[in-house]
Design a protein around this ligand. Sequence first.
Ligand SMILES: NC(=O)c1ccc[n+]([C@@H]2O[C@H](COP(=O)([O-])OP(=O)(O)OC[C@H]3O[C@@H](n4cnc5c(N)ncnc54)[C@H](O)[C@@H]3O)[C@@H](O)[C@H]2O)c1
Length: 309
Amino acid sequence: MSDKKVLFTGAGGFIAAHVIPLLIEGGYTVRIFDNMTRGDRARVNEFVATGKVELVEKDVRYGGAVREAMRGCTHVIHFATVSINKSIADPHESIDINMIGNHNVFAAAADEGVERLVFASTASVYGEPKRLPMHEDDELKPLTPYCISKRAGEDLLGFYERQKGLSWNALRFFNVYGPGQKIEAYYTSVINHFIQRLRAGQPPIIDGRGDQSMDFVHVWDLARAVVAALESERANLPINIGTGIDTSIAALAKILIEAVGVDVEPLFNERDVLVSRRAADITRAREVLGWEPRITVEEGMRQLVEDSE
Ligand SMILES: NC(=O)c1ccc[n+]([C@@H]2O[C@H](COP(=O)([O-])OP(=O)(O)OC[C@H]3O[C@@H](n4cnc5c(N)ncnc54)[C@H](O)[C@@H]3O)[C@@H](O)[C@H]2O)c1
């Protein structure tokens, strides 16, 4: 048995399902720590059946449980969280899980002396960007309890680095998409919404002129970045993980029309919308992680459509 063991919080979820196979391939054993409120139990059971993965079905809000699960782990990936939508609807729960939970995991990791901790941060720590592409040193203006807790999480990691020598990387994920994605995802739900309409032969409906954009990064590419961040020589940095390409909603509609293969034109719902745009500067990811996205939005969306047939 390998002596590299990852405590992986929130590992019952969407992104983790794509990271765990890479960890197993890389010789890690994995201790999933998830309360399974949103976890995919069938998928977790498949992982457990490999003999390389175990499930600790507990809550990150309980420091004692986190500390106990941390014993014997050499690495940590911290994903457990409640989403933006829920954080707006219920800030109390969000602060409990995302702030107290973060602290429980970081403090236990620092005390255990793990080799590396990787934290899932988010592009939303920037708030509305003043310029594109967005660089790690740009001003941060998180707008919701979820985003505020992600930013605070990055700062807390700095504290445990100074205090106890914790080695960490915080990955600022842009708009993650791919197989297994939850349909109600805050930003990327537009993909599923368009696909469903197109399958029914209906045109996608775009608010405003469709100028708002996202930096869509495929979950398979993202999963490689997580493992690279666990093993990189340089550490203690926030790192953008995106493609650097901003795809407008109008462009996304065209890509999906092509992928589904229907003969329709998007409809525009003329009204004023707040045009937010996103594109990551990924120079640091290239330099520090030796990471590069490989899947274009066109390929990724085509594959997503095929997969969900
Ligand atoms: N999906 C995206 O586009 C995106 C973008 C930016 C950042 N992120 C971050 O990446 C990470 C993974 O995202 P995802 O899309 O896989 O999320 P997900 O919702 O699919 O998975 C989160 C997991 O955390 C678990 N969880 C929730 N509360 C918990 C608690 N109190 N204790 C223990 N476990 C708990 C859930 O059961 C779930 O399995 C998260 O930290 C998220 O904030 C995701």
